[in-house]
Design a protein around this ligand. Structure first.
Ligand SMILES: Cc1cc2nc3c(=O)[nH]c(=O)nc-3n(C[C@H](O)[C@H](O)[C@H](O)COP(=O)(O)O)c2cc1C
Length: 195
């Protein structure tokens, strides 16, 4: 750990295949509040580029605190050091797109570290997390599903989902970012108020 690094770390997990789509616009609204904040440093991971190997249920992580596949080692390092995790994702079939679902399944290593290896806190440092979600229709169910999936995984990752901003109805022609943008900004301001 660098003792001189006083900055807070944000890790953005961007889960849309579209670099300039709805999800990026919602994320931009959130990030706008951080743009002049020199006390924050941001790293962004693109779930599609990361292309995590699916969990194969080999249970190696139940015997040793590691994963059979090393493709998420760098992500694991970033995750462990971040103070804030931002998951920005579109809804696909009421859930996350498959690259993000693969990452979620791979968090099994923390579950096994907690319950098979008996580590009380598989990830030492605590962080808050926010979910920025876009979806074509106007429904409550996808937020229930995705927030539940995150909360499940986060329960062994020392991570607390503290807020969500949803831009729904993106495929309905109206495409009114306004309310979701306000919510995303409000979430960011709330985080920035914290000491
Ligand atoms: C494969 C696929 C599945 C989708 N499934 C849903 C869905 O279940 N519910 C929904 O409301 N929108 C669904 N959508 C619409 C996207 O969530 C929506 O268009 C989103 O805003 C796209 O974000 P992007 O512009 O960042 O790609 C789906 C889109 C695709 C391509």
């Amino acid at each position: 750990m660098n003792l001189f690094d006083q900055k807070k770390h944000m890790l953005v997990l961007f889960c849309s295949p579209n670099p300039h789509g709805s999800t990026r616009r919602l994320l931009d609204s959130f990030m706008e509040e951080f743009k002049d904040r020199v006390d924050w440093r941001t790293a962004e991971v693109n779930a599609y580029e990361l292309n995590a190997h699916p969990c194969t249920g080999c249970r190696a992580c139940a015997k040793k605190e590691k994963c059979t596949y090393d493709d998420l080692d760098k992500f694991d390092k970033e995750l462990r050091k971040c103070d804030l995790l931002v998951v920005a994702s579109p809804v696909y079939n009421d859930s996350f797109p498959s690259p993000m679902k693969a990452i979620l399944d791979r968090t099994q290593r923390y579950f096994e570290a907690r319950f098979s290896l008996g580590l009380r806190q598989p990830i030492k440092k605590h962080r808050d997390a926010v979910l920025l979600l876009t979806m074509g229709r106007e429904e409550d169910f996808p937020l229930e599903v995705t927030a539940h999936q995150l909360q499940r995984a986060f329960s062994v990752m020392n991570t607390t989902l503290t807020g969500c901003a949803v831009w729904d109805g993106t495929d309905l022609g109206r495409r009114n970012l306004g309310p979701a943008q306000q919510k995303a900004r409000a979430l960011a301001l709330e985080i920035l108020k914290e000491p």
